[in-house]
Design a binder for this molecule. Structure first.
Ligand code: PMP
Length: 346
């Protein structure tokens, strides 16, 4: 006899429906009310679970994916982890073509999740047959019944957020949201969420967060892809050196740029003040909020929703390592917290 057990059938039932959490201490000196959509609560610890599941299930609906088929993507980041996790549960092969710049930790993590990883040379042009783009394309062509997620150029990316993140935020705020502040990488999160929210209320202000060294803000303002804007930066997942078709620039009112250093300190501050252990780009989004406050964007009636894209555990050897912070020179300024000393008991 089967007993009634309150259990999920598998992890995938937990994708999405993440909590909206009021920000308290970190928002103390800001005018208005601030709420974080905390995407680290997804089973794969980031917002990318939503798009990976949506794109894979759309391919199933269209009859492209069959049991044992292969899913291919070019990422060592959150999307790779989500695809690998979903592939395990649904019984697909997962191939990830990653850059040789990817840390060993990340490659080990993806391999632990059953992915087959191709490490491709970082310092070749995108059209070189050895680049991770070209390797992924070739594997896709060679592997019958495979799909290539291609998150920067796939319309289903923003559609996933239009169908989930947008309605969730609208319902969680009972329609009282006045501002959405979110990072833009592929642009899927902000574009899909903002499109839904603006259809409910066109007055909601949507602000995208971009990195110094990325082309997005200037492109939004001028329509020009200015390659002079491009230089290396530390934050991963934010900004881009090309224009992703997944970004709908029309639903974004403004972009604001943040620095590597301030974003890193702000992420650490969110962990310390709210007890929310978040990733680097969550620091970026909160840093953007502080800059917007100084620009007079908010008042006491503002209900601002920020999206925290992933969990802090992915950044132990980066922003949560005092050594790494120090190597970047991020403790050099007078105005930053001193790293806490470790007490060794003898
Ligand atoms: N933060 C992190 C940590 C990410 O991995 C990404 C995805 N590149 C983003 C923010 C931005 O999300 P999107 O790609 O939907 O713009």
């Amino acid at each position: 006899m089967e007993h009634k057990i309150n259990a999920y059938n598998n992890l995938l039932e937990l994708v999405g429906n993440t909590p909206l959490i009021k920000l308290n201490k970190i928002a103390d000196n800001l005018e208005g009310n601030f709420y974080a959509k905390v995407e680290g609560f997804n089973p794969g610890h980031s917002s990318k679970d939503r798009i990976a599941l949506y794109i894979i299930e759309e391919a199933e609906r269209r009859g492209i994916l069959k049991k044992g088929s292969t899913i291919i993507e070019t990422t060592s980041g959150n999307t790779g982890f989500s695809i690998a996790m979903i592939s395990i549960i649904k019984g697909y092969e997962c191939i990830l073509a990653v850059s040789s710049k990817s840390s060993k930790d990340k490659i080990d993590m993806l391999r632990s999740m059953g992915a087959k990883v191709y490490v491709c040379p970082a310092h070749v042009s995108a059209d070189d047959p050895r680049s991770y783009y070209e390797v992924a394309k070739r594997l896709h062509e060679e592997t019958e019944g495979s799909i290539y997620i291609n998150q920067y150029f796939n319309d289903l990316n923003a559609e996933a957020h239009y169908k989930s993140t947008g309605p969730e935020i609208w319902n969680q705020t009972n329609g009282h949201i006045t501002h959405l502040v979110a990072c833009s990488g592929t642009g899927g999160t902000i574009s899909g969420t903002a499109k839904y929210l603006k259809e409910q209320n066109p007055n909601i202000r949507v602000i995208g967060v971009d990195a110094y060294g990325s082309v997005l803000k200037k492109y939004h303002e001028t329509g020009e892809l200015d390659t002079k804007e491009i230089y290396p930066y530390r934050i991963e997942g934010l900004g881009k050196n090309l224009i992703p078709t997944a970004t709908n620039f029309k639903v974004i009112d403004e972009f604001i740029k943040v620095t590597d250093e301030e974003s890193a300190h702000t992420a650490r501050e969110i962990s310390r003040t709210e007890g929310l252990f978040v990733g680097y780009t969550s620091g970026a989004v909160m840093q953007a909020v502080r800059q917007l406050e100084e620009m007079g964007e908010f008042n006491e009636n503002s209900n601002v929703v920020v999206i925290f894209p992933d969990h802090g555990s992915r950044y132990m050897s980066k922003i949560y390592s005092d050594q790494w912070m120090s190597d970047q020179g991020f403790f050099d300024s007078k105005n930053v917290e001193e790293p806490q000393k470790i007490e060794f008991v003898k």
